[in-house]
Design a protein around this ligand. Sequence first.
Ligand SMILES: [Zn+2]
Length: 248
Amino acid sequence: MTTIAIRSLSCPFCQHEMTSYEIMSYHVYSSETYSDGFVENNPPMLSNSNILICSDCHKPFWRSDIKMKDPHEEGISNDKLDGLPKVMDIFDLSFAKDEDFSISMCIYYQQLLDSGFANTEEREFELRMKLWHQINNEFRYFPSSWIDALLQNELSLYIKRNKRRPRKHDKEAEIRPLFRSNLKQLLSIFKAESEEDYLLRSEIYRELGDFKRAKKQLKMIKELKNTKTYKKIKRAIVLRRTSVFKIT
Ligand SMILES: [Zn+2]
């Protein structure tokens, strides 16, 4: 069962009053996981987005930096609550309606990083993971070769996609430098301690095309539990593949 609670908050920059919600409990029926750690839930994930945007001044801020108040405890009437605007998130910004939304989104994440918005290592990690997943979303749902397409019964989609290749190349060229620099920064702030960490570091090296280091990270795992992910990443390294793929 999904339980949601309404909260009231003020923008830390312009004090604009808004409402938000908090997910108290959420039931997932099924989920798909990808090699880059991205998880897609069914029904789609409702999340307590950590990055919020003021609906008036459009400045971003971290949810954990502000006080989320219970409107009833604050004595806010239901009528007033109904009239308050909702706090925005990145998907509510005007570029979300653009055709090249995902590129704008990647640029927005990069601008947040450049501006020092991620003021702790944990926040920088979170933002860089978001940027990585966002770039990979461009390629996540498409088979990487015509053989894969055939196996997945998506050959017509593959042919259609490849007809649009010149445009796709432009897009790739635009985000490739961002992709590489982001993954390198991610490696520099992220030290492996657990099996999950080594798998993630191996995946980063693999997507960067550094298969030797990718293999080395897998060797560092002392106690193997996630055999499925380990085997699939290892196979992709052997095949010298660099694109993201579905694990389960
Ligand atoms: Zn504001």
